[in-house]
Design a protein. Structure first.
Length: 555
């Protein structure tokens, strides 16, 4: 909140009411102060679930027109100018004071986030109630854009959680049992002292592998996404690190027959691969925080959850993020290749990738080797490549990842795009000649640090995981009994402090893995239909917990 002068806003009597004079400007018309803002308010459409963001309300003209249209919508008022903020607070109409939250843009963030996460907000509309918006026009515009983004991201995440939240939670619950046998990310962080190449499985990877001498590639630390492992092996490239985040069984094909005993597998605890016995040297776990879940917070509080990174969605983006954390200093270059987020007609991946091999296997007289149908599938669309000269095929999801890459990494120093095809990534491009010239001058052999995880640390983590499993098993059994038999299953201490519904909600709040994947799972409730769905989930997670406990006993 700013105050650029000592001037105070003053009421000015005009022909049909009062205006406000401030910094040499009238904030309302000098003839009919209410008419313009009232017309704007009356023309506003406010469907159910709308957040009305009111900027610079000052004298609150027309606010009654807004509240006449509200059903289960919400109003947040914003004023950044301190003298005007004080006037807004003083003039707030008493009939609506309990229903209006007045903030500046900085302090409103938490309120907006809380409202959005409640699941009650589906859209936002903007209403300017005075000329005071001119003093912070850009800040107000940026703030409202962020509000819209917050709402959009929340509901997109809800769709993702509805589809994948259950498998993420189940994978994490089962993966806890293998954490004591993995290495902590701290053993590898800032350990790479030579150039890094991150390989995706797009077409541009094939171009680099065939054009750049393998002797130069071997000078780098090679990080491969899961789908790029087989193509790199086919070219005789030694892989230092493999990154995997996929939660479903489709990823299994990427690891069939691989032989990378010297590589480190960086595996997301949400993934399926972390629990599988594949032919790699060591495993390092991390966690993509796919939601602000309470059960993930509990795992962090108990010092069980491994290193947490932002949920970037694409394994390619995650691989780049990990590469940046692995380099010992910012001046070490990271080259990305094969992160195309698009494809040409007939070829969706680099040669040797699982998708390409599957196509070869199915090829017949009636099914050609070129995957032409992918270019005309539902959702496919045309896009210009990073040169602006070639047309490629992409999808909403793929182009969305390219946009996310650009917004997330565009300001990163010494991160370069070495791919000669694909969508623009928002980072500096280098051609293969420039990469070759640079690597020919590199003389460094140090690879990833692979420090051993002390046995005492392993045993401590194993005990923490075991205690967590046993605690969750006990809690789920008690919750199951409460849902089936009601108050008769409550302990005496519970009966003294709370009702049956309160007890159930307390257990659910701490175990949101049971319902986060429900379409309405943004918060628990005691309604019968919701609790029936929760009851159906309890047995599944009990099975996963017991499976994890048995696995730890066997080890």
């Amino acid at each position: 909140m700013t105050d650029l002068s000592d001037e105070k806003p003053s009421l000015v009597s005009v022909s049909q009411g009062f205006s406000v004079s401030y910094k040499g400007k009238y904030l309302y018309s000098r003839y009919n102060p209410e008419r313009a803002v009232k017309a704007a308010a009356e023309s506003l459409s406010i469907p159910s679930g709308t957040l009305v963001v009111v900027f610079s309300p000052v004298l609150w003209y027309a606010i009654e027109s807004v509240f006449e249209k509200l059903d289960d919508s919400f109003v947040v008022a914003i004023e950044n100018e301190k003298p005007l903020f004080d006037l807004c607070k003083d003039k707030m109409p008493s009939p609506y004071a309990s229903r209006i939250a007045l903030f500046d843009t900085k302090s409103a963030k938490d309120k907006i986030k809380s409202l959005v996460r409640s699941g009650k907000i589906k859209r936002a509309v903007r209403l300017d109630l005075s000329g005071g918006t001119q003093f912070h026009r850009d800040e107000y515009g940026d703030f409202f854009a962020r509000v819209q983004d917050e709402i959009s991201i929340f509901w997109k995440n809800r769709i993702t959680l509805s589809r994948f939240g259950r498998i993420y939670a189940r994978n994490i619950m089962k993966s806890l049992s293998v954490l004591p046998s993995t290495l902590p990310f701290a053993d590898f962080e800032k350990s790479v002292e030579k150039p890094i190449i991150v390989f995706g499985a797009g077409e541009s990877a094939e171009k680099l592998l065939t054009s750049l001498p393998s002797s130069l590639i071997k000078k780098c630390c090679i990080i491969a996404v899961d789908a790029a492992v087989l193509p790199l092996e086919a070219h005789g490239i030694k892989i230092d690190a493999i990154v995997t985040v996929e939660a479903q069984s489709a990823i299994d094909a990427c690891f069939l027959g691989i032989n990378e005993k010297s590589a480190v597998l960086f595996a997301d605890v949400c993934s399926r691969t972390i629990r599988r016995k594949i032919n790699v040297g060591t495993v390092c776990a991390f966690c993509s925080k796919y939601d602000d879940a309470r059960y993930l917070e509990k795992l962090s509080e108990k010092n069980i959850l491994p290193t947490v990174i932002d949920p970037l969605g694409s394994v390619g983006l995650v691989a780049v993020r990990l590469a940046l954390l692995l380099r010992s200093q910012q001046s070490i270059p990271v080259f990305v290749c094969g992160l195309d987020f698009s494809y040409s007609v007939g070829a969706t991946h680099t040669k040797g990738a699982p998708a390409h091999k599957a196509r070869l296997f199915r090829t017949s007289r009636l099914l050609p080797i070129d995957n032409i149908d992918a270019a005309f599938a539902s959702g496919a669309e045309k896009a210009l490549d990073k040169t602006g000269a070639k047309t490629l095929v992409t999808t909403k999801n793929l182009s969305g990842y390219a946009s996310l890459f650009a917004s997330y990494f565009s300001q990163t120093q010494f991160l370069f795009d070495a791919g000669e095809s694909g969508l623009p990534l928002g980072i500096p491009r280098v051609n293969l000649g420039e990469v070759s010239s640079f690597l020919s001058r590199v003389d460094c052999e140090k690879t990833l640090n692979k420090a051993l995880f002390a046995s005492k640390q392993r045993n401590d983590l194993k005990k923490r995981v075991t205690d967590y499993y046993k605690g969750e098993e006990s809690a789920l059994l008690h919750l199951k009994a409460l849902l089936m038999n009601g108050e008769s299953e409550m302990s005496e201490s519970e009966k003294e402090k709370e009702s049956l519904s309160e007890t159930i909600l307390r257990f659910l709040h701490e175990r949101d893995y049971l319902y986060l994947h429900f379409p309405d799972g943004f918060s628990p409730n005691a309604q019968s239909q919701f609790l029936k769905r929760v009851r159906a989930e309890i047995d599944t997670f009990l099975k996963d917990i017991r499976l994890g406990l048995n696995q730890m006993i066997l080890e």
